[in-house]
Design a protein around this ligand. Sequence first.
Ligand SMILES: [Zn+2]
Length: 259
Amino acid sequence: MAIAEHADVLKSAHALFVGDADVDAAKGTIKFNRGRFGKVILKKGEGRALQSVGSPMVLALNVISGENATTGYTNAHLANSVFGSLVGGTDIVTLASQVRACSHDQLKFGPLADKMSSNATLVGDIFNGVATVYSTAVSGPGALRNDATSKLSTAHGKRGGADHVMVCLPDASLGFSPYAYINHWLSVYPHGACPKSGIQIHEIGHNLGLGHSGEGSNAYGDRSGFMGFAGEKSNYSPVLAKSVLAGPKNWQLGWFTDA
Ligand SMILES: [Zn+2]
């Protein structure tokens, strides 16, 4: 195991500058030991908790708080924003469409299969990859998140059976940024962020084990892919689909190992 200071990892004409990381060439891993994001382990092509090829199933939770605050979006709107034509929607720039194009059809996110709820007072039926959560928590993104995932477990089983769960929270005043767990199934979105494809891709990218693009303190400085600046749909065009994730991220996901 080597300790790398300011290591340059060159691939596909992209450079990754690392302040403090362990590089294990035999295993193909890069472990970042500190930084703004805590510990992040990158590993080439294998070893992730979640699949980066194939057809993982996504469930978005449309959370209504205990005081009846809503996201302001219908389930149909959220489904359209995440899956587009896969659920009969008209949105052509979605998590599903952009990642599929970027991966050259190797990673195809789709909606979790429709399923009746066993307790519709907690979580409604799953339809087109979206379900409504009737939370009893009233405030605090952590409390709402925990209540939503707990009620999902009760009504539909653990994670609802999905590979990725997107928790869409109500109330613009919560004041937090979208976030996701690395090598995990959960991503969490404040009011307004959930339908934005750039943010969806960024957060689900964390689920797949990706860290941020950029250098030093400017962790979001790389705007060539969505692991840097997570653009909003308004400044993003489907023409750019193939650069959704910048070169090193494609390599890390094992999509283009010969690139
Ligand atoms: Zn991030």
